[in-house]
Ligand binder design. Structure first.
Ligand code: BT5
Length: 263
């Protein structure tokens, strides 16, 4: 079997519980770099047992099989960069960025989320399945049912998109970033750091144990961890947690201007 990502297939399923679950179940038989997309995902999953909700035919729900990454968190970066590039192409006027680690936001609204899961067999890590959900054709009313602010390409641009085309383009971008990663992982990691536009901002971090941390997001460490400096100058490192965007702490107009390419 040819294992080069250039030739890895795109599998489109009409309906599935979760593309991540399907890819994990079928991991052994799938070529490295295979991309699996669903027209409808009935039980989409977020991190920490949360749900990823999308109505049929409104969104991209895609997973990819990574058998060749140096560190498991790199898989989420590869798929996240592909998603960010697609969102930028179709909504170029919107200020899109990564909210650490791999969520994609437009200001305080989530447009995309990434779920990466290690594939363990007999206690050994065989690879990673990483899935991305991108909101495309949802209306504001569709998104209003979600518990946190969310947006879609359609809300941003004011028109509907042909999902089949975007699905194919996303798969090509995932392959592209995986190939770049395999020849130079440092380039891909640097790109991801640069697109984490909340570095330098004051953030609130909700930890899985329910505790809350607040401080300045100073940097991303070598293992992808968030470095946070508290108001009394103490430095902390976190490899998990949910960043909450507090619009009273972040001036998005200022941030957007700072991030604009210089003319
Ligand atoms: C994520 O989790 O953001 C990861 C989402 C990954 C989804 C993809 S789709 C393809 C693949 N197959 C799967 O089953 N999953 C992956 P987390 O950071 O835990 O965010 C989950 C939270 O986002 C929820 O609790 C809601 O508040 C919110 N949410 C749910 N659906 C959303 C949507 N469509 N748009 C924006 N926010 C949403």
């Amino acid at each position: 079997m040819d294992e080069s990502p250039e030739k890895s297939p795109l599998i489109v399923l009409d309906e599935v519980d979760s593309t991540n679950t399907w890819a994990m179940r079928n991991f052994e038989t799938l070529v490295d770099g295979t991309v699996i997309a669903a027209v409808f995902q009935s039980a989409g999953r977020g991190r920490l047992g949360r749900k990823w909700q999308t109505l049929p035919g409104t969104a991209l729900t895609v997973s990819a099989v990574f058998k060749n990454v140096e560190k498991p968190f790199h898989a989420g970066i590869i798929i996240g960069l592909a998603g960010l590039e697609l969102i930028r192409e179709y909504a170029p006027a919107a200020f899109s960025f990564f909210k650490w680690p791999n969520d994609i936001y437009i200001r305080e609204c989530k447009i995309s989320g990434v779920l990466s899961e290690g594939v363990l067999r007999g206690g050994c890590l065989r690879g990673v399945v990483s899935g991305i959900g991108i909101n495309v054709n949802q209306s504001s009313d569709d998104l209003a049912v979600l518990e946190n602010p969310a947006t879609s390409l359609s809300v941003l641009v004011g028109k509907k998109f042909f999902l089949e085309k975007l699905r194919f383009e996303l798969a090509e971008k995932i392959k592209k970033y995986y190939i770049i990663y395999q020849s130079n992982s440092g380039t891909v990691l640097e790109l991801w750091r640069d697109e984490n536009r909340l570095i330098g901002e004051n953030l609130v971090l909700n930890m899985p144990d329910g505790s809350v941390r607040q401080g300045c997001f100073t940097a991303i460490g070598a293992n992808g961890e968030m470095c946070l400096r508290s108001s009394d100058g103490e430095n902390f490192r976190f490899d998990c947690g949910d960043v909450k965007i507090d619009t009273s702490l972040i001036d998005f107009n200022l941030l957007e201007n700072k991030c604009k390419p210089k003319q």
